[in-house]
Write a protein that binds this ligand. Structure first.
Ligand code: DP6
Length: 363
C-alpha cells in the first residue's frame, strides 16, 4: 500500500506536448458518514459508500505545454461548464491545484482547458463535488501516466483517489465501485485515511445492484457548506462519541454485508443519516438542513415498511434530499410506492433513479 510520500514523483521518463483526456466519475452515497476532518483532508472517522451509476460528472481535460518562459507563472486554466466559461467554479479548481501541486509537479508546465458537465440537473441539490473532483483527478492521472508509462494500475487508481480526496473528501470514494471504504478501520485490511479502497470482503447477493432513488426535495443552494459543517465538529460536545460510533457501525456493516441481513442494514443506515443531522442540530452554531417534506418522506417510508414488510429505507446527505435505498428484487413495488406516495413531496415532482455502479470510466 502506498504512503503520501510515494505519490510525490521524482522524475518522469517521457514528455508530451499536448493532448486531451475524458473521464466520467460517479457520485456516491455514504452509508457510514464522513462528518468531521483534521488537517489535509484527513477524516475524523472512516466512512463507507455505495458508488452510484447514473449520477455522474463527465470532464474533458485538454492540455498544451506553455512556453518555458511562462512555466513558472502559476496555474493556467480555463474552466467550462456545459461548454460555457464558468468563472465561479474557478476558485475551487485553483484551490485544488494548489493542494495537489506537490504530487503533480507538471501542473504549471501546461495550460489546461477543463470542460465539465453533469448527468444530473445542476442545482438539484446533488453535490457535484464528489463526482467532479474524482473526474478531474482521473484526467490528471491519465496525463501523469503519459509522463510515466511504467505506472502500475494500482498506483494509478490509488493516487487518483488520493488526489480526489484533496479536492473533496467524499470524492475519494467515487473512483472505484461498488462499495468503497475511506479511513482507517482496524478490521478492514488495506483501509486508509489517504484514499478510498474497494470493500475487500464478501458482499451478500442481497446487496448486489442495490437501488437508490434520489428524491429532490429542495434544490436550493446549501445553507451551510460541507466545509463549514465539518469544521463545526471541532469542539462539538458529542464529536468523540460520534467518531467512535462510526467505527462501530462500520464493523456492524462488515458482518451485515457478509450475512445479508437487510433489517440490520436498515438500522445502521437510517441511524447514520439521523446522526449526521443530529450533529448539525447540536453544533454551535446549530442548523437544520431537513425540510418539512424530508420528514414527510421519512414517515411515509416507515409506514410503508411497517405495513408491507418491504425492506426499503432512507439515507440523507448534508441537505434535504432523500436517498431511498432498496434491494433490486423489490424495485417494482418500491417504484410504485414512490410514484403514489412520495413524488408529491418532491420539488416539481423530480426524482432520479440510480443504483450501485462501478466507478470512474475513461471515455
Ligand atoms: C454529508 O466530501 O463534501 O456527504 O471534504 O469538505 O469537500 P469536503 O466535504 P464533503 O463532505 C461530505 C459529507 C457527507 C457525508 C459523506 O459523503 O460521507
Amino acid at each position: 500500500m502506498y504512503s503520501a510520500a510515494d505519490f510525490i514523483p521524482t522524475s518522469y521518463t517521457s514528455t508530451i506536448e499536448n493532448g486531451n483526456f475524458e473521464w466520467s466519475a460517479p457520485s456516491n452515497i455514504a452509508l457510514v458518514k464522513y462528518w468531521g476532518k483534521k488537517d489535509n483532508q484527513i477524516p475524523a472517522n472512516p466512512s463507507i459508500s455505495f458508488t452510484l451509476n447514473n449520477c455522474k460528472t463527465i470532464t474533458k481535460l485538454a492540455f498544451s505545454k506553455k512556453d518555458t518562459s511562462a512555466s513558472t507563472n502559476g496555474f493556467s486554466f480555463d474552466l467550462l461548464f456545459e461548454g460555457k466559461p464558468k468563472e465561479d467554479f474557478k476558485p475551487k479548481i485553483q484551490k485544488f491545484l494548489e493542494r495537489v501541486e506537490a504530487y503533480l509537479p507538471f501542473l504549471k508546465d501546461y495550460h489546461f482547458t477543463i470542460d465539465t458537465q453533469n448527468t444530473f440537473p445542476h442545482s438539484s441539490g446533488i453535490a457535484s463535488s464528489a463526482s467532479g473532483m474524482a473526474a478531474l483527478a482521473m484526467n490528471f492521472m491519465s496525463l501523469e501516466k503519459k509522463l510515466n508509462p511504467e505506472m502500475t494500475e494500482d498506483y494509478f487508481y490509488q493516487k487518483a483517489s488520493f488526489l480526489a480526496r484533496l479536492g473533496s473528501g467524499s470524492a475519494c470514494r467515487s473512483v472505484k465501485g461498488n462499495v468503497v471504504v475511506w479511513g482507517n478501520q482496524a478490521n478492514i485490511e488495506g483501509s486508509t485515511d489517504l484514499f478510498g479502497v474497494e470493500f475487500p470482503y464478501t458482499i451478500h447477493e442481497n446487496f448486489k445492484n442495490y437501488q437508490d432513488t434520489i428524491l429532490l426535495v429542495d434544490k436550493g443552494e446549501k445553507q451551510v457548506s460541507s466545509t463549514v459543517g465539518h469544521d463545526l465538529m471541532h469542539n462539538h460536545p458529542y464529536a468523540e462519541r460520534r467518531f467512535a460510533q462510526a467505527h462501530e457501525n462500520l464493523d456492524k456493516l462488515i458482518a451485515i454485508f457478509e450475512n445479508g441481513n437487510i433489517d440490520e442494514f436498515i438500522k445502521v443506515i437510517e441511524s447514520e443519516a439521523l446522526t449526521l443531522h443530529a450533529m448539525m442540530m447540536t453544533s454551535m452554531p446549530y442548523f437544520i438542513l431537513m425540510k418539512p417534506n424530508t420528514l414527510q418522506i421519512i414517515n411515509a417510508i416507515w409506514k410503508f415498511r411497517n405495513e408491507t414488510q418491504i425492506p426499503v429505507c432512507f439515507t440523507l446527505d448534508a441537505g434535504a434530499n432523500v436517498h431511498v435505498l432498496y434491494p433490486e428484487n423489490v424495485a417494482a413495488k418500491v417504484r410504485q410506492f414512490i410514484q403514489d406516495e412520495l413524488v408529491v413531496f418532491c420539488q416539481n415532482s423530480q426524482y432520479i433513479c440510480d443504483e450501485i455502479g462501478n466507478g470512474a470510466i475513461a471515455l
